[in-house]
Each structure stands twice: as structure tokens, then as C-alpha cells.
Design a protein around this ligand. Sequence first.
Ligand SMILES: Nc1ncnc2c1ncn2[C@@H]1O[C@H](COP(=O)(O)OP(=O)(O)OP(=O)(O)O)[C@@H](O)[C@H]1O
Ligand SMILES: [Mg+2]
Length: 579
Amino acid sequence: MHPHEAIGLHRKTLRGYIWAQQRHLRTYMFWRVLSVLAITPFPILSQKIVDVAIPAKDVQSLIAYTGICFLLLAIHFASMRIGVGALSIQAQEIFRKLRARIFHKLNFMHFGFLDSVQTGRLLSKYAFDTSNIESTVIQIVTGIVPEVLRSALLICALAFINLWLLPIMLISLPLFAIVRFYYFQPIEKNNQAVRIARERMTGQASEFISAIKLVRGFGQESVAKEQMGQLSDEYSTKRESQMKLNQSLGYILFSVVTTISLFAVAVSGWMVITDKMSMGAMVAMIGALPVCLNTVNIFSQFSLQYLLGAESYRSIKELMDSAYVEKWQGERILDSMRGEVEFRNVTFSYDKEKEHRAIRNLSISIKAGEHVAFVGPSGSGKSTVVSLMLGFYAPTEGEILIDGIPQADLSIRELRQSCAIVMQDNLLLSGTLMDNIRFGKPAATDAEVIEAVRYANAMEFIEKLPQGLMTKVGERGVSLSGGQRQRIAIARALLRNPKILILDEATSALDYESEKLVQEAIDHLAKGRTTITIAHRLSTIRSADRIIVLQDGELISKGTWTELAGRDGVFKDLLAAQH
Ligand SMILES: Nc1ncnc2c1ncn2[C@@H]1O[C@H](COP(=O)(O)OP(=O)(O)OP(=O)(O)O)[C@@H](O)[C@H]1O
Ligand SMILES: [Mg+2]
């Protein structure tokens, strides 16, 4: 099994993360247990006040008992404060690791998966579900031990005063179990429905938000609004029933708790009258009762939170355990890549059913340092060839060799390290232009960046920006024009100094003058490295060593510019159409 296939999520993983914090958890527990221990003698002290100090009219022991109570209370609050402070700083570490793990997994997911899932859905998992798990783990890990301990000790203290108090207090437990039995399954189901509705809603919203220009440009706001409205309604409905269920559980438990209190008062009152119990014991019990019953309440909150967390855990687990990852078993690293690329009878379909073949039985061999251009009508499979070469998708049939070694044996990351690509739609990340160009080679010096910018003919417009290379660009580089973005992407690729340079319609958005300049720079840089150019404008591939013409995913002819131009066929037709 390749290491990245192991990035799943198991209870063990999460437990491991929690366990890594055991030192801090122990410190926290120490203080919380101390705070619980401090208040345990309360019922005994109040019983003593009622049964001993008051009948004897002994003011001094009254003051002494209450004094002890004050002291214990001070210890209780102080240690609680220290414990909570110690933990909250450290607990975040667990969730930082969890988020890192999710992101790591996303980096390995197959493009087939990433193509098919809305970004917003993944975002919902990454942001919402992790914070749900966070609240759950924190509440349960930090809350259960002190809560259980507090009630158990209080009940022991009461039993110590009068054994009869034990059954009166414990009667709530079976009732709680019954309530749990009836309520948990519907709550669980509903939580899942809420989560799915939330993912659908955020998924759609993120899609509309990122395509807002499209929506408004076509005046389709009402369609978008309606669709979003529907999804939002669906989510609200599910949330409503979630709240109703939770509330009714809370209400039922409250009724149970109140009934038990009344019952306990009646029983102990009767026992006081029949002299089976002292007045002090009854007072002690009435004092301890709310604390113990509150534990029941807290438990019901814990269990609701637990169910929420469990659902979020499942949601993340679904992604984390998915085996739909890039299956690159290869470990081989090429010491110095020459840049030979060979396709051997490659057939490829995007769909799993393999109905539509984007590439059909393609065989090509590109020598190191060769400049090869791909041309062909839109949808003929040019970009797909590049995606296959970079290992974004694996061939359905046939194989791809890099420097004579099957791509599947290579470390795909290493291979990509030696490539640079200028894509059809060039995204800029938020940050400065400098950051964006440096993305190609983080260790590059300023001088190297500037050189790449000059070659890409981008200096001319960057100089006009008030902050030059330090200009911030928006999330999608919205402040730059298409042609400007393209030049930044070219600079980014050139800076990388790759063995294989891939240009997919890299100069298509440039005006004639800029295109000529950039083309010159590219031709200059293409020397000594394998270059693959895809272009609709045939004038830009004149200098290519070889041109490959694709149609419907098939290679239909190849040759040099002059050879192809002299031959009847698609190339000649395309050429004629462009003149
Ligand atoms: N991510 C994808 N999922 C499914 N099908 C795809 C995907 N990308 C491309 N295709 C399909 O594969 C075929 C080849 O597409 P490709 O993008 O390689 O064409 P192209 O030659 O680059 O076209 P263009 O010149 O318009 O960029 C097309 O029929 C297209 O519908
Ligand atoms: Mg394309």
C-alpha cells in the first residue's frame, strides 16, 4: 500500500491526537478533580449544621462549619479556573492536526473525484465538521470525568449520612436509559439529514458565489435565488426538526428531573416524620439533589453533542477513507530527468463507464529537448494529453513512459517537480504578484523573478501598477486582465526552469505585439528543454520541431509545419481558415 492510501481516519487516529495531549489533559484533570473533591463534603457539613450546631445552639461550630464551606468553595473555584485555563490553550493542537490531515488527503484525491464534487461541500467538511468534532471532543473528554465524579461522590456522601438516600438518588438512572432508548435513533437520523442538507446548500452557494458574474451577466439572479432558496429551505426544515427533537428531549428530561425531586422530597419528608431520617440528612439531600440531577441534564447535552460529533466524524471519514486517490505506486526518482515522453497506445475516458473516449489509441514519442505542438479542433483532446502526461488521470489502456520508464513506476511528485505548465485558465492565488510568480520556485531570488517577468513581457504592465510586483491580487486575480494573468502564469512557469515546459493556449489572450514578444522569449527558453505547446493560433507554432494534429482524440497526422502545410488535411484546412 502506498503511504497516501493510508491517510484514512480511524478512532485510533483521533484517539492518538487526543493522547498526544495527555500531559495537558492530566494537568487539567488534576485541577478539575481537585475542584470536585473540594465540594464533596458539603452535604455532610450542612447535615452537621442542622443536626448538631442548631439543636445545641452552638454559634461557634456554626461559624466553623460555614467557614470550612467557604474555604472549600474557594478551592473549588480556584482549581476549576486553573484547570480550564491550562486546557483551552492546548486542545486546539488536536484539531489543527485533524484539519492538516484532511487537507493532506485532499492533495492526494483523484481528479476524477475533485471534478465531480462541489468545492463548498469539501469546505463544509473542512471547516464545519472539524469544529463540530472539536466541540464534541472538548465537551466529552473534559466534562465527563468531573461530572461523573461529582455526582458519584455526592451520592456517596449522602449514603454516608443515611443509606436510604442512595435508592432515592439512583432512581433517575433507569429513567434516563429509557429516554435515551426512545430518542437517540431519530436524533441520529435527523443529524445526518441536517449534515447532508448543509453540504448541498454550501456546495451550491459556493458555486453561485464563484460564478456570480455569470449569473448576473445572464440576468439569472432569480433562478439562482430560487435554487438557493430551495436548498436553504430544505436545510431549515431539517434544522427545525433537529431543534424540536433536541428540545423535546430536554423537556422530557426536565420533567423527569422535577418529578424525581418532588418524589425525593416527599419520601425523605415522610422518613423524617417517621423518625427514619434526621432533618439534617433531608437538608443535605435537598442541597445535593440539584447538582446530581443537573448531571443528568449535562449528560443529555453530552449525548446530543456526541451524536452531532459522530455525524461530523462520519462525514469526514467518508472523505478520508475514500480510496479514490491518485494511484501512483511508483517510488522511483529520476536523478536528472532528460525530458523524453512517450505515449504507447494510450486510450483514456473521463467517465468510469468508458463510454466516451477522449483519447483513442494514441502513440507519440517526444525526444528530450524537442518542441512539439499539438493542434486540432476544440474538444479533440489536446488538454487531456497534457493532463495524462502530468499524471492527473491514468490511461484507461496503454502506457506513458517518461525517459523510458513507465509513468506508473515513477514518483509522480518528482515528475511534476520537473514540469511547468501554463494552463488554459490561469488562476492566481491571493497575495502579491511576487508571491504568485514565486509559487513556481519558492527559493527564487528577487533578481530571478524579475528576469522571468521580463521574459514573459510582463514588466511593461507591472511597472505601471503603483506597487509593482508587490501589488496584491484578489482571490482569483480579478484585478488583472486575462492577458496580464497569462503573462504572470508564463513568468511563473519560466522561473521554475523546468525540464518539460507545457503551454496550453499560453498566449491566446495576448494582443499580436505582446504575443510576438512572449513567443520570442518562449522560443529562446524552449532551447534545451522539452516543450509542448498547444495552440489554436497556428502562427505561434511555426518554430515547433514537430506538429501533431488531433481529432476526436486520435492522431490524424504529424510532421513539420512545411510538411503539413503542403499536405491536404485538417492542418491545411485550419491554416486556410486562419488566413
Ligand atoms: N474533466 C473532464 N471530465 C470529463 N470530460 C472531460 C473533462 N475534460 C475534458 N473532457 C472531455 O474530453 C474531451 C477532450 O477535451 P480537451 O479538454 O482535452 O479538449 P481540447 O482539445 O483541449 O479542447 P480546447 O481546444 O477547447 O481546449 C472533450 O470531449 C471534453 O468534453
Ligand atoms: Mg484544451
